[in-house]
Structures are given as structure tokens and as C-alpha cells.
Design a protein around this ligand. Structure first.
Ligand SMILES: Nc1nc2c(ncn2[C@@H]2O[C@H](COP(=O)(O)OP(=O)(O)OP(=O)(O)O)[C@@H](O)[C@H]2O)c(=O)[nH]1
Ligand SMILES: [Mg+2]
Length: 333
């Protein structure tokens, strides 16, 4: 299989080795193939899943406007200064109508890394993906790892189920909330505290930061007390940051690195990866099966069987069985 463009044919293997050598255009093209889904995504997966390169993947999630992009930008600076030479960021642009201007905002905020060869930033629209995001994001992360990026950071707005799922498909999940009555409670209700490995109260320059930290610790305490006697269990730390001036970001980066070390030492890294591999396979299976269903709906026998059901000669169980049976018969020419 090969990709054609400008009269030149490049195989996905070749594209990946170019990406590994630092060719950003090849990497960008491969990410577009992943986003397109179907055949072109499967060509990329064919090479990216055979790479044994691994990275720490970090999900940053939270309500619209919580300061995630500002925080990511500062985190990238700290990670780069700390010796990470290939950092990737995927910003999933929200479907939420409340944060419409996010694409432009992200681009502007990430400008400080524009001239840095060691930083790769990509926006991915969740609009129009119709759930395909749950497949496209993990496959993009896998590709970025295979291209030698580490860490791979992904920013999502934790509003919908898909976004939460995407955020939790990372090794380390950071949940960002703001001070003020109700924000942490909302996060709790939406189920995003459950996925947190690290909690951040950003905009700590505003009133109520200390109370927010206390509330979160209480909520976490209730969930984690049961496990506390067991050794080696990670208890999510609650940190304060002011992303706009960088306060607390060093501490956040240290906590992320500590969590990475915990995952490796405890064996949880491998366990989570395995779980994710299963999830990835399930999603592709579901997609393939739903395409099979569409095909069955389109065949001649389908309408006949519905007629038979209507005239009292069949039922949906028998009809489905017959359709599946007929579809599995080899066609004789
Ligand atoms: N006062 C204060 N403002 C902040 C802080 N961090 C971010 N902001 C501001 O909050 C606004 C939203 O920040 P973003 O980084 O775009 O937030 P976001 O969570 O990425 O937003 P969406 O991607 O649209 O959900 C911007 O105007 C930031 O300058 C902070 O620590 N304190
Ligand atoms: Mg943002």
C-alpha cells in the first residue's frame, strides 16, 4: 500500500521513518490519514502499531475556559527545559458551542513554541467526527509515539462522554478546575474527577482556591479511603496553579513525572496499555460489524424478510439469523 501525491509514491513505512527522522510534513500527513479514518487510517496503524517506541501520554481535561491551553503551553516549556526533546500536543477542539473560538485561541497561545523544532502541535476537530474521535485520538497518540514523541499531551474539554473517554485513554490524566463555588462539584457530577490521576485548581489567583483544594481533597478522600491501607496505591494529588504566570507549573510537571514512574514501577503502565489495546480493538470491531449490518440492510432478502414479518410469517430473530446465514454463504458463479 502506498500514498500517492505529486506523482511520487511513498509507503507508510517510508513516511514513518521520515517522521522519525524529524520530517514534520510526513508526520502531519500521516495524522491527516488517521483523521480520515477507514482505509487510510488502517495503513497508518499497520506501521505505527508495529513500533515498540513508547511515551508517557498525558490527558489534560476540564471545563471550557478552565485554562487548559495556557497550562499546556507552560507545561511544554517546563518539559522542554527538563530535557524532553520531542514533545507533541494534540488539542481536540470542542464541539461545545460555548467555546467556539478555541481553535484560534489555541493557535495563538501555542505561538510561543512556534519556532521550536522540539514541539509538535496539532488541532483535531471533534465536530464531524461522530464518535470517530474515540478511535482517531488513540491512533494519533500511537503514531506520535512511533514517531519518537515523548511526552504526548492531549487537551480535551471534559464535557461530553466521548471527550471524557478520550482524556482517560492516556497514561496520566490531569483534571483542571477553577476556584469558585460549584466548579469542583460540577466536575464530580460529570464524572471527570473519577478519571483524575492529578487534580489542578487553576486560576489560583482568584478567590476561593484554598476552599476548592479542600473540597477536592474531601471528595477524593471519600473515594480513596477504602484503598488507603493498601501500599503502593496512587492517591491523586491536588495542586494549585496560575497558568497565566506559570506559578505551580513546575510542581505539576514533577507530579506528572512522579505518576509516570509510579505507573512503571507498579506494573500499571503495562496493565493500562493492555486495557487500551483491548478498547482499541473493540472499537474497530464495532465499526466493522456496524458496516456489516449496513450491508445486510442493503441486500434483497432484507426487504423480503421485513415483508414476511409484516404478514406474520417471520420474526426479527429468525429473520436476522437467515440474513446472517445467507451472507456467510459463498456466492457461486
Ligand atoms: N486569572 C487567570 N486567568 C487565567 C489563568 N489561566 C488561564 N487564564 C485565562 O483564562 C482564559 C481561558 O484560558 P484557556 O487556556 O484558553 O482555557 P481552556 O481551558 O484551554 O479553554 P477551552 O479550550 O476553550 O476550553 C484565558 O483568557 C486565559 O488567559 C490563571 O491562572 N489565572
Ligand atoms: Mg483550550
Amino acid at each position: 500500500m502506498a500514498v500517492k501525491g505529486l506523482g511520487i509514491t511513498v509507503t507508510p513505512e517510508e513516511m514513518l521513518s521520515r517522521a522519525l527522522a524529524g520530517d514534520r510534513l510526513s508526520l502531519a500527513k500521516m495524522l491527516s490519514m488517521v483523521e480520515r479514518g477507514g482505509e487510510s487510517a488502517s495503513e497508518v496503524a499497520h506501521v505505527s502499531y508495529r513500533s515498540l517506541l513508547r511515551a508517557q501520554t498525558i490527558g489534560i481535561t476540564g471545563a471550557p475556559g478552565a485554562g487548559k491551553s495556557t497550562l499546556v503551553e507552560k507545561l511544554v516549556t517546563v518539559a522542554r527545559a527538563g530535557g524532553k526533546d520531542q514533545v507533541a500536543v494534540i488539542a481536540v477542539d470542542p464541539t461545545s458551542p460555548f467555546s467556539g473560538g478555541a481553535i484560534l485561541g489555541d493557535r495563538i497561545r501555542m505561538q510561543s513554541h512556534a519556532g521550536d523544532d522540539g514541539v509538535f502541535i496539532r488541532s483535531m476537530a471533534s465536530r464531524g467526527h461522530l464518535g470517530g474521535l474515540s478511535i482517531a485520538v488513540p491512533e494519533s497518540m500511537r503514531l506520535l509515539e512511533a514517531a519518537g514523541m515523548d511526552p504526548v499531551i492531549i487537551e480535551t474539554v471534559g464535557v461530553g462522554q466521548v471527550e471524557i473517554e478520550v482524556a482517560s485513554a492516556t497514561d496520566t490524566t490531569v483534571v483542571v478546575v477553577n476556584p469558585g463555588w460549584g466548579d469542583s462539584i460540577q466536575a464530580n457530577k460529570a464524572g471527570i474527577l473519577e478519571i483524575a490521576d492529578i487534580l489542578v485548581v487553576n486560576k489560583a489567583d482568584r478567590p476561593g482556591a484554598r476552599e476548592a483544594v479542600r473540597d477536592l481533597e474531601q471528595m477524593l478522600g471519600m473515594a480513596h479511603d477504602a484503598y488507603e491501607l493498601r501500599q503502593g496505591i496512587w492517591r491523586p494529588p491536588v495542586l494549585k496553579t496560575i497558568a497565566s504566570n506559570g506559578e505551580g507549573v513546575d510542581e505539576l510537571w514533577s507530579a506528572i513525572e512522579r505518576h509516570g514512574a509510579y505507573l512503571s514501577d507498579s506494573g500499571e503502565y503495562a496493565a493500562r496499555r493492555r486495557q487500551r489495546a483491548e478498547r482499541g480493538l473493540d472499537l474497530v470491531l464495532e465499526e466493522a460489524i456496524s458496516q456489516q449490518v449496513d450491508k445486510l440492510r442493503g441486500c434483497e432478502a432484507y426487504a423480503q424478510l421485513v415483508d414476511a414479518m409484516e404478514s406474520g410469517q417471520s420474526d426479527p430473530y429468525e429473520a436476522a439469523e437467515r440474513l446472517i446465514h445467507e451472507a456467510s454463504q459463498p456466492v457461486l458463479h
